[in-house]
Design a protein around this ligand. Sequence first.
Ligand code: AMP
Length: 274
Amino acid sequence: MRILRDLPTLRAELASLGPVALVPTMGALHAGHLSLIAAARREVGPGGVVAASIFVNPLQFLPGEDFDRYPRQEEADLAMLAEAGCDLAWLPSVETMYPPGQASTIIVEGPAQGWEGTARPGHFRGVATVCAKLFLQTGASVALFGEKDWQQLQVIRRMARDLDMPLRILGCPTLREADGLAMSSRNRYLDPEARARAAALPGAMRAAIEAMARGTSPAAALATARAGLTASGFTLDYLALVEPETLLEVPAPPGRLIAAARLGSIRLLDNMAA
Ligand code: AMP
């Protein structure tokens, strides 16, 4: 696996290689990330290049968020990528990504509004900007994202479509722990007691979806889920049924059930088809 840190070298290397499938990450990799690497290989085949970026993007963290204490474990991440069959790891520094005087960003409206867009103002501006830069830096023909971050996936799709970016955006299913908790780099910060309780979030979501399928009104099913989660010690930012692409609220299935909830200082995100 090639490990690259500067843009001229990245461009020179990629010029002579096949089509690129890109998996953007912030590192602290887990099996969910590796499932994207495997999907990337299926997309470009043995003749293509599977590239993963590791970049903890300061532009998508708000003041007071966990940018400084976001987990960083470069050596372990590189070993995991190599083992998973990744061809190229792209590790730009903050200075490479944002040269002095940097003054351009991308603002997506529509699906970026509400939910995470409200909870974390400016977050999607950082995400869209860094993804656009990663797409241009690598010339990827396909980029793979996890459904885990459902709203993010819709924001990137919207941006790529709106700005005529010449690549496909592929969403991949959420990988979960045995008890149903969606894998996340931040799960390592859950203390054992919080970790044991965390699976109540997907549990309540699944129960609400099943209740709606049995004919319970969406309002009642969501109210039951909210009450149960609050009783289990969660502080709910939102639990809502939305149209999958626009993220606008819908009154009844079909849709996407999206949730953000805090256990202590750890914020958990999840979503499911409903
Ligand atoms: P992150 O490093 O958290 O920015 O995530 C990098 C990519 O991995 C994003 O496209 C995420 O949606 C995706 N991802 C994160 N967790 C999971 C998971 N549990 N299953 C599948 N993809 C995931």
